[in-house]
Design a protein around this ligand. Structure first.
Ligand SMILES: Cc1cc2nc3c(=O)[nH]c(=O)nc-3n(C[C@H](O)[C@H](O)[C@H](O)COP(=O)(O)OP(=O)(O)OC[C@H]3O[C@@H](n4cnc5c(N)ncnc54)[C@H](O)[C@@H]3O)c2cc1C
Length: 557
């Protein structure tokens, strides 16, 4: 038998012995909360950690004005508890951040989840001890926890991207990052406000702050395609009907490409007449939400069809924006529609008709630096009282790469992912036994409803751990071959997709030095679930399963 490396057990910085539990869970968003509930219900001892001051994840941190989900609230909610489904009532079709946080609080209180968490506690190291078959997890303050199983529910969008603007520290006004928004309200009245970034977050901020600020300067490098959300209140009678049919609604969601109900079609764009196409697109525009994405089945593989739809949306910008030059600059060009995350808005383009709102085109007039008084672009300085950064996230891989995770033989995640993230199902990594991710890279995280996916992933992880425990096994990890085959599939599916044709966080293009390539499974959520089920079949064939060490020792004796 080969000798196995065992880092000597680390006493806590305080000198205390490491705390031993069955499962360590990192993250207090939707994924982590469900994992805590699941493993507690399975009777396992656990400890969970959250860097923030409370539960909520994305919705704890992103408190900016206008923050709102872009999937219907009914879909973007837990399905694992019939009681919660029946007891909670959504007030709007697309819930705003305060309501999402109330929902999270309701779930946490109802299930008594907070007692398992240590808040304001960042994990900065996790090391696999092969000899003892457990993870040693260390907090920022040096406390050590040990557990055979470690679940990283650290979030696909939890690490704000560092803005690439010189001199931000010089700015004497108020600097705000959308993803680290203060807990108290910010008053924009009469203020000169700048917003950098026009992705989903920037759009939500602009349409809100434009109506409050004295003057709003929108610094835009890449315009996004955005479509009307057409949010509506949910009437009691409608919600009662939803509650009666939740089981069916969940079934549809689990078997749909995005993990949520939305209109979809297999119809190819050029199989219908131009007049019919126009009618279908107009209907989708009036319907709102992501209806446009479902009008035709070939929009992400047929470039010409995609361009027709893009041109339809550009036409809508002309219809709304009064100043032709502003309208022209707001029109996205040079990448396919839906190749960046499609945005949903409520009066975004109308905001640019307000006299106090100014579009700053950073393609023709790039930002040079921040100054004491504001922002300097090539053409001059814009003085600001408040500067808002809506500059996005180090998506999918950022959270795990942000700290020291060491698998077998001291291999780090940084090393494993130096040419781009590799995983099996976005859940496990070869060489990192018993380390599990929820909504990790190479799964469908950015392309599907994350709550459906988190539930799927946590259930998969729980089933795998139960399998280990039932069979006297000490560890599980995908074989290199299994991981390779998954990555081949991810790449093969991604190849014909137009998603590759935009410079987005989906392909790692928003962070300097990050390896490029689509890190998403584009085959659809229902197919992803099938792959997850197949991976668990036949006693986890395709995985390396090690006997529990005590049994190895017994056999050797
Ligand atoms: C503004 C915004 C809007 C979004 N809207 C949608 C939407 O409409 N639909 C959709 O499907 N998805 C949306 N998303 C994606 C979103 O990431 C998921 O929907 C979901 O909230 C993710 O849940 P999670 O639990 O996986 O991660 P998160 O909610 O990000 O939670 C992860 C938590 O882990 C903590 N953490 C990370 N590293 C450590 C560490 N080392 N130590 C301790 N704690 C750590 C973080 O502080 C964070 O609180 C949105 C994301 C953003 C940013």
């Amino acid at each position: 038998m080969t000798a196995v490396r065992s880092p000597s057990p680390q006493p806590a910085a305080s000198g205390a012995e490491p705390t031993r539990v069955d499962v360590v869970i990192v993250g207090g968003g939707f994924g982590g909360m469900y994992a805590v509930y699941k493993f507690r219900e399975l009777g396992m001892s656990l400890q969970a950690f959250e860097a923030g001051g409370d539960l909520g994840g994305v919705w704890y941190w992103n408190r900016y004005p206008g923050a709102r989900v872009d999937l219907p609230s009914i879909d973007y909610s837990y399905s694992f508890s019939r009681e919660i489904e029946q007891e909670w009532t959504w007030s709007e079709q697309f819930a705003a951040q305060p309501e999402l946080l109330r929902y999270i609080d309701f779930v946490a209180t109802r299930l008594d989840l907070r007692r398992h968490y240590r808040f304001n506690t960042r994990i900065n190291q996790a090391v696999w001890d092969e000899a003892r078959q457990l993870w040693q997890v260390t907090t920022e303050s040096g406390e050590v926890y040990e557990a055979p199983y470690c679940i990283m529910a650290t979030g696909p969008l939890s690490v704000p991207k560092k803005p690439e603007i010189d001199g931000l520290e010089r700015f004497q006004g108020r600097l705000l990052h959308a993803a680290r928004w203060p807990h108290e309200p910010v008053d924009f009245t009469g203020k000169r406000v700048g917003v950098i970034g026009t992705g989903s977050t920037g759009i939500q901020i602009v349409q809100e702050v434009g109506r409050q600020a004295g003057e709003l300067f929108v610094f835009q490098r890449t315009p996004s395609f955005t479509m009307p959300m057409r949010n509506v209140p949910l009437e009691p009678a409608y919600m009662a009907e939803v509650k009666r049919h939740y089981a069916g609604i969940r079934e549809v969601a689990r078997n749909s490409p995005i993990g949520g109900a939305r209109p979809q079609s297999t119809r190819a764009f050029f199989t219908v007449t131009p007049a019919q196409r126009q009618e279908l697109l107009e209907d989708a525009w009036k319907h709102g939400g992501l209806a446009m994405l479902g009008t035709f089945g070939d929009l992400m593989i047929n470039e010409e069809a995609n361009e027709h739809v893009a041109e339809f949306v550009r036409g809508k910008i002309d219809d709304v924006v009064q100043d032709p030059d502003t309208a022209r600059r707001l029109k996205p060009q040079g990448y396919p529609i839906f190749a960046r995350r499609p945005c949903l808005d409520t009066g975004y383009y109308e905001t640019f008709n307000l006299p106090n709102v100014h579009l700053m085109d950073c393609l023709t007039d790039p930002i040079v630096e921040a100054t004491e008084k504001g922002l300097r672009t090539a053409s001059g300085e814009t003085e600001l009282d408040i500067l808002i950064l809506a500059t996005g996230y180090d998506g999918l891989t950022g959270a795990l790469l942000a700290f020291d995770v060491q698998g077998r033989d001291g291999q780090t995640v940084q090393d494993k992912w130096k040419d781009g993230p590799r995983s099996h199902l976005g859940i496990m990594l070869a060489g990192f036994p018993n380390l599990f991710m929820t909504t990790g890279p190479n799964g469908p995280a950015a392309l599907a409803n994350i709550i459906r996916m988190s539930e799927n992933d946590v259930d998969w992880i729980a089933q795998a751990i139960l399998h280990l425990r039932a069979n006297g096994l000490g560890s599980i990890e995908p074989s290199i071959d299994t991981e390779d085959r998954w990555m081949d599939l991810v790449h093969a599916l991604a190849k014909p997709s137009l998603i590759n044709k935009a410079k987005t966080w989906w392909v790692g293009a928003n962070v300097e030095g990050k390896p490029r390539g689509l890190t998403q499974f584009v085959g659809g959520f229902m197919k992803y679930r099938e792959h997850c089920a197949a991976a668990a079949a036949n006693g986890y064939a395709g995985h390396v399963l090690q006997p529990a060490r005590e049994q190895v020792r017994e056999k050797a004796a």
